[in-house]
Design a protein around this ligand. Sequence first.
Ligand code: TYM
Length: 334
Amino acid sequence: MKKEKEIVMSGIRPTGFLHLGNYFGAIQNYVKMQEDYECYFMVADLHSLTTHPDTKELKANVHRVLAENIACGLDPEKVALYCQSHLYQTAELYLYLNMLAYKGELEKTPTFKDKVRQHPDNINAGLLTYPVLMAADILIHRAKYVPVGKDQEQHLEITRTYANRFNHRYEEVFPEPFAFNFNNELVKVPSLDGSGKMSKSENQMATIFLADEDDAIRKKIMKAKTDSGPTLNNSLKPDYIENLFLLMKLVSSSETVKLFEDKFDNCTIRYGDMKKQLAEDMVQFISPIRKRVNDILNDEAYLQKVMKQGAEKAIASAEATMQKVRNAMGLNYF
Ligand code: TYM
């Protein structure tokens, strides 16, 4: 008998250009997982409404995220690549899960606290219940693995709490989903200014986007913070230098990384040379993706087809779960 594939789900908000963090935290794993798992990947357009109520740019941003996923190697024939708002069943599950979500817990979520700080004029209920919608996205496919970066870890913990609460209150419907990365450790791609992580909306000069032109990449890397170099052999690296090495490990060969590690250890490193090398390796990595994204974006009919086909696959999976959910809850009156 053919073994059933394990289920994988993840999503990305269409709130701006995708960057290296999205690639190494999420998309790289999507591409690897598409061969051996049943995969559901979506553009989280509803989540973006919690902080970006103006929808003028939304359609273009949704197209861009789809194109960026495909340009990075995701095959819409192998996975369900869809748009969150096309899966109406998610809204239904979100409503039911809201009854299992407590206000006090939601208010303590670190991502909620961050958003309150960033958007003090728009602390809406959607923002507070953001993790409930995310739990609905994941549980609607009864997913087991969720490839995400480190910043999403707590949302997965909350999702497991709701899955368990539902299973205990009604019937066993949901498996416990876990954040996933092939190397076990979840990834956090640091920003180039040595503080925080790369992000779609903050510190644009310290974030490398998949859409960045070659010269913009070079400029950003050459501006990254360094110092005059170590003076003692085998010193500890300051955070901002450690970050440069971390980025180098993502895009350069292991020989190149070793060369600069050795130079650091024996105090002969010249950060200008290191940054030049990193910039060229980064350009080599990003520019083919950027070119593919632009080609895909020119073919709107293709993107429409991808979204439609993705929605059909996702709806079939979601409807099967919702039948179980409604039965478990006793919402089956006919
Ligand atoms: P979002 O749109 O902020 O980010 C998309 C993915 O990119 C990862 N990521 C990073 N990884 C490493 N280093 C970074 N600097 C970095 N920045 C972003 C994120 O961890 C994420 O995997 N709430 C989610 C979207 C979402 C979702 C879901 C995810 C909605 N529903 C269901 C998984 C499952 C978010 O805002 O991701």
